[in-house]
Write a new protein. Structure first.
Length: 686
């Protein structure tokens, strides 16, 4: 069939796109299915243009916010992913009233940007499909300028069209990206269309298997139109390289069309002003000496830093500090430090849905400061830029993580590419944030295979190669449950046999189990050490470990030992002061999670499960237990606020919320909040 006939048929079918859609579907309906090219005017996925290099510090540049109400179109059937005409049709208005229109964009169907779609419309609460966004953007296009559309984040796959032309695709829900739209933007009215597909599977990062947090869809973070000079500063990193000498180092990467010239780096308050020439690769390296006030949680000192090129200046606020490990110590600015923190998902007690603004960040960070914390684990993905800038400002050290959670398709090439892109984009966006002291490459991943190890080693290498300031690499490792639990089991058995009110017959049964599993040299007074041997410990600088003594483990032991769970829980609390945590790598440990669930306002004198009293009891036992482990140099209990989860469906308690928050999703503090607050204030002498 000749091109003309094809065009005619496509035009005909575009009008009858209902048929086209099903034809597309009948033809296996996958937009990447090249055989289907007659119906699909979109190229195969892997030839979608990639985003441009991620611009550093968009908030310090000339920009126009595109936040606000955007017209939307829910495309559940994914027609707009198969039928190119769909987009033109969406755009084409009713002119004479005689045109057959089946779909359109207008203000009768809109969503707020930034904002996940799930919390904005009840019918979209559990929607994990495809959505179109549309906005008309007037531009006074100037010669000699380059235009970028920057997204703080959109979940999961995002395609950008400007004036009906495909600009590119980004995959990943929690990292920033930008497209150079200079060749697509025109002077006057511009049509911006964004396609977002929130679909996750086993090869995406995160996977849908990782279901203990809500997979919010949509354009979840700020969108900005940046107007930059033809030749401009693309990325930069300014950091303290040597505390003793006060040596500051860094680099500035210019846009891809610059091979010479000079940049100036200025820190007025520190008396630093350096003019350095740009090399052939468009990069300028610099170093300077200065007598600086160092950034720390107690003194979150930030300096104005100016990066100038070709008469244009970018301003940033940057803190200077050093972070390293010495043996099993974490050392901030040359002094050993303990990290008293909390874990946090990107949700706010101010309203339902994802947090996305400076105001959200201020509320979250101030709650942690009130707790007496000096540290926050941003789980399990990079949070928006306002959050890390707020941590800089208020003084909180940050564990920044990418969503490599539990079982991942370790051999899948595409999964590896997406993971590498996520660690690169995460590091690149936040290189200049003093608050970020460690990059976490994964959470509770398994199995302990060579594929997993190579995959994660690759991510650690990428982070180290991009970050010349040598931030620490962390990960929440998994222990060897069968081994650790055997020792715990023996101590539980011994205590049940010798210190419980169980009937003699029961004790005899347990004694038999004990004699089978306990070592000959069992000593009831011995401490029980959970010794992490996970090979990933060789790769990281910080061994993170998630443990749930007082919560999950008792539910595991009760059926194992055939003993009432309540009695196991009481016995476990007696055992916890004997527990120790360490690792065979001689590295500092952070207990990256511990906790218990409680429904805010549910009180019980007996302290039953889900009551605030039970959660508070777990916190008292946990902080007492962890203070006894030399190797434990930090903690980030799970979690600041109750958060949405696909896993949590216990009626009357969960209602799709994980209830391990110290604060409810509407801001009510639970008793455990004060338990942790008193402990942190005491430890830090606040
Ligand atoms: C895990 C996991 C979290 C999860 C938590 C829980 O350890 O890392 O994502 O929410 O436990 O079970 O509450």
């Amino acid at each position: 069939m000749g091109e003309i006939q094809k065009q005619l048929l496509r035009a005909a079918l575009c009008c009858l796109w209902v048929v086209a859609a099903s034809v597309g579907a009948a033809e296996g309906g996958d937009e990447n299915d090249s055989d289907n090219e007659f119906f699909s005017v979109f190229p195969d996925a892997d030839v979608y243009p990639q985003p441009a290099p991620l611009l550093t510090n968009i908030y310090g540049r000339e920009r126009r916010s595109l936040n606000g109400m955007w017209d939307i179109k829910v495309d559940e059937a994914g027609i707009g992913w198969r039928i190119g005409g769909y987009i033109n049709d969406l755009n084409r208005g009713q002119l004479t009233g005689m045109e057959l229109k089946e779909t359109s964009f207008d203000d009768r169907s809109q969503l707020k940007v930034p904002g996940d779609w799930n919390s904005q419309r009840v019918d979209l609460d559990r929607y994990r499909g495809k959505m179109f966004y549309h906005k008309i953007v007037p531009v006074d296009k100037e010669e000699g300028k380059r235009y970028f559309v920057h997204f703080g984040g959109a979940n999961y796959v995002t395609d950008l069209f400007v004036n009906d032309e495909l600009v590119g695709r980004h995959e990943g829900g929690y990292t920033a990206f930008n497209f150079d739209v200079t060749d697509h933007i025109k002077d006057g009215q511009n049509t911006i269309i964004v396609r977002v597909d929130a679909f996750l599977d086993d090869s995406t990062i995160p996977t849908m298997r990782t279901s203990d947090f809500w997979k919010y869809g949509g354009i979840t973070r700020d969108v900005n139109l940046l107007t930059l000079p033809e030749k401009h500063v693309s990325q930069y990193h300014v950091y303290l390289d040597d505390r003793e000498s006060g040596e500051i180092k860094g680099w500035v990467q210019l846009s891809d069309n610059v091979q010479r010239g000079a940049v100036t780096v200025e820190i007025p308050e520190a008396g630093v002003k350096q003019k350095v020439s740009v090399g052939k690769n468009g990069r300028a390296e610099f170093s300077a000496q200065a007598d600086l006030q160092l950034w720390s949680p107690e003194n979150p000192k930030l300096y104005d830093v100016k990066i100038s090129y070709d008469g244009r200046e970018i301003k940033d606020r940057i803190g200077f500090r050093t972070i390293e490990t010495e043996g099993q110590n974490i050392v901030l600015n040359g002094k050993p430090v303990k990290l008293y923190g909390i874990s946090m998902h990107e949700e706010t007690p101010l309203r339902a849905g994802m947090a996305n603004s400076p105001e959200d960040a201020e509320v979250q960070m101030k709650l942690i400061k009130e707790l007496g914390g000096n540290f926050v684990r941003l789980a399990h993905y990079p949070h928006n830029e306002h959050t890390v800038r707020m941590a800089d400002k208020l003084g909180l050290m940050v564990w920044s993580e990418i969503p490599i959670v539990s079982l991942i398709d370790w051999d899948n090439e595409h999964t590896q590419q997406v993971s590498q892109a996520q660690i690169s984009d995460n590091v690149t966006r936040d290189l200049n944030r003093a608050s970020i002291v460690m990059w976490s490459i994964a959470n509770e991943t398994f199995p302990q295979s060579q594929e997993r190890l190579e995959f994660l080693k690759g991510l650690a290498e990428t982070a180290r190669s991009l970050d010349a300031s040598d931030r620490l690499i962390a990960s929440a490792l998994i222990g060897d449950f069968s081994k650790e639990f055997e020792e715990v089991g023996n101590h539980l058995l011994y205590s049940l046999i010798h210190d419980s009110e169980l009937p003699e017959a029961e004790k005899d049964r347990l004694r038999e189990m004990f004699e089978k599993t306990a070592p000959d040299d069992f000593d009831k007074d011995d401490v029980v050490t959970v010794m992490i041997k996970d090979q990933l410990g060789e790769v990281v600088d910080i061994v993170g470990y998630n443990e749930y003594f007082g919560w999950y483990y008792s539910a595991f032991f009760a059926p194992e030992l055939g003993v009432d769970e309540g009695l196991i829980r009481d016995t476990m609390f007696k055992l916890m002061p004997k527990m120790r945590f360490n690792n065979v790598f001689g590295k500092p440990m952070i207990i990256s999670e511990f906790g218990a669930g409680a429904k805010a306002g549910f009180h019980s004198e007996e302290g039953v499960i889900w009551s605030e009293e039970y959660q508070a009891r777990v916190y008292r036992a946990q902080v007492d237990m962890l203070e006894r482990s030399e190797a434990v140099k930090g903690m980030s209990p799970w979690i600041l606020t109750d958060f949405r989860s696909h896993l949590r469906e216990l009626n009357g308690i969960h209602e799709t919320y994980n209830r391990k928050g110290l604060i409810s999703e509407t801001g009510e503090k639970k008793m455990a909040f004060d338990v942790l607050k008193n402990f942190y204030h005491e430890q830090r002498d606040l």
